[in-house]
Write a protein that binds this ligand. Structure first.
Ligand code: GLU
Length: 316
């Protein structure tokens, strides 16, 4: 008998969907600040991947975490995307308007017996170690001030990322049973992203490699909710020239709309597109078709992070 293990434990490149399914990609920023060079890198990668497949490109504002939201950031993100020549299909989805859909998914998971209420506070839990299962069998009532966790069982989740290659994680050994609804009410990021990607028919998720380790949790949720698993491509995370996280330097400052062409050429170079000097000074409307034509995910550096080159003048 042919073993089905590979498909049961591996997210296939096309998520097991029929090959005729049209490509749908997305960029899903959180409005916790303005877009900077690192976000432009991810957005450009997602956009080029969609457009080179002649697919749809969606924008979703992930404004689930109200306390971390910076007032006005969502509007500025969309304005910056427009100034940089991004064109998206259909209306922008906002997670803040989708609590009913997340509640429905939580009901499904509850009906399947996969959730339990957890009253542990952060200080009661062991730092980075997996959740110790304190409330797993207590059958606490779910209500305000109580989180909901999904059970995970031992066993590896394995998938092949289109940039980073094979990735495997044993959820039980890393984070253990994880939160799908927070104590303070809203759905957790992993649940929202899975529900939204499925609702929008996303076939490939292109995003920063900082989210690679969260992907197995999302695949676990897709399986629990019987939703398709999209393909994943995690682009390297841009860092300061010394390898540090993009800090409050010019690299993490709000993108300057007046300098869109030069900044696009910069990220195109970092995406492996090798733009010729003759494109210097070209309008963004000319840069995108050139990049779509040349784009291939195979050109993207296959590393988790990528240091920005030092400025030859300032050395920073
Ligand atoms: N909202 C997340 C962020 O801004 C991205 C989530 C995703 O692309 O899945 O980092």
């Amino acid at each position: 008998m042919k073993s089905s293990t590979a498909t049961a434990t591996t997210a296939t490149a096309d998520g097991g969907r029929p090959r005729t399914l049209p490509y749908v990609g997305r960029f899903a920023p959180s409005p916790t600040g303005d877009l900077h060079l690192g976000s432009l890198y991810t957005a450009a990668g997602a956009y080029l991947e969609s457009r080179s497949h002649r697919g749809r490109f969606l924008v979703r504002i992930e404004d689930l975490d109200r306390p971390r939201e910076v007032p006005g950031a969502a509007g500025r993100i969309l304005a910056t995307l427009e100034a940089f020549g991004f064109e998206w299909d259909g209306a922008v989805m906002r997670q803040s308007a989708r609590s009913d859909q997340y509640a429905a998914a939580l009901r499904t998971l509850t009906e399947r017996g996969l959730l339990f209420a957890c009253s542990c506070s952060r200080s009661q839990l062991p730092g980075s170690a997996p959740y110790p299962g304190t409330c797993r069998t207590l059958r606490l009532a779910s209500g305000p001030g109580v989180a909901l966790r999904i059970r995970v069982e031992p066993g590896e989740i394995v998938f092949t990322d289109r940039v980073q290659g094979e990735f495997r994680q044993n959820l039980a050994a890393t984070g253990g049973d994880f939160i799908v609804r927070r104590r303070d009410g809203p759905a957790a990021y992993a649940l929202a992203v899975v529900v939204d990607d499925a609702a929008q028919g996303v076939t490939e998720v292109v995003r920063g490699a900082d989210l690679l380790p969260s992907t197995p949790q999302q695949i676990h949720l897709q399986r629990a909710l019987a939703l398709p698993t999209p393909a994943y491509a995690h682009l390297p995370l841009l860092t300061e020239p010394d390898g540090a996280k993009l800090a409050k330097s010019r690299h993490s400052r709000r993108l300057d709309d007046a300098d869109a062409g030069a900044q696009l050429l910069r990220v195109f170079a970092l995406l492996g597109l090798d733009p010729p000097l003759s494109l210097t000074g070209a309008p963004v409307a000319e840069l995108w078709p050139w990049a779509v034509d040349r784009w291939s995910l195979r050109r993207v550096p296959r590393c988790p992070s990528l240091a920005l080159p030092r400025d030859p003048v300032t050395g920073s």
